[in-house]
Design a protein around this ligand. Structure first.
Ligand code: TYD
Length: 132
């Protein structure tokens, strides 16, 4: 279960408006301790560019679209284009990621297994490559 993957979330279709939810452990292998979101991202900007040592995270495009790019230690890249609010991208700890190609008015929701800690970040890709 602890692999990078797209999680297909329930979509309760309703003429009054659709509803999606996420809960552990049904959809993600961690308990959610923190939520944050990115919005008003100017066109062309890049966010992220780091790995977490111990945090699990799922990212959902609540509105609009953007790309999450995962880079492994051999510089192989996987690109996930998120554009539906019923898909989540699950990432285990030790995943190098950045986000780009944000559409106008996009909102990325991030659900994390840990509260914020700068000590949990690896922000230098060469350092990331050198550990493990
Ligand atoms: P950061 O995760 O570094 O974003 P990015 O990798 O896209 O630049 O977060 C930016 C700043 O926001 C960082 O300096 C610390 C602060 N921050 C918090 O205080 N709490 C949080 O939960 C998050 C995600 C960030």
């Amino acid at each position: 279960m602890n692999e990078i993957k797209i999680v297909n979330l329930p979509k309760i279709s309703d003429p009054r408006g659709n509803l999606t939810f996420i809960q552990a452990p049904d959809h993600i292998p961690f308990q959610i301790k923190r939520a944050f979101w990115m919005y008003d991202v100017p066109g062309g900007e890049i966010r992220g560019g780091h790995a977490y040592k111990s945090q699990h995270e799922v990212i959902i495009a609540l509105s609009g679209s953007f790309d999450v790019i995962i880079t492994d230690r051999n510089n192989n890249r996987q690109i996930f284009h998120l554009n539906r609010s019923y898909f989540g991208l699950y990432m285990p700890p030790d995943t190098w990621r950045h986000m780009e190609n944000f559409s106008t008015n996009s909102i990325s929701l991030h659900l994390s297994s840990e509260i914020y800690s700068e000590d949990d970040y690896i922000r230098d890709f060469n350092e990331y490559k050198s550990v493990k």
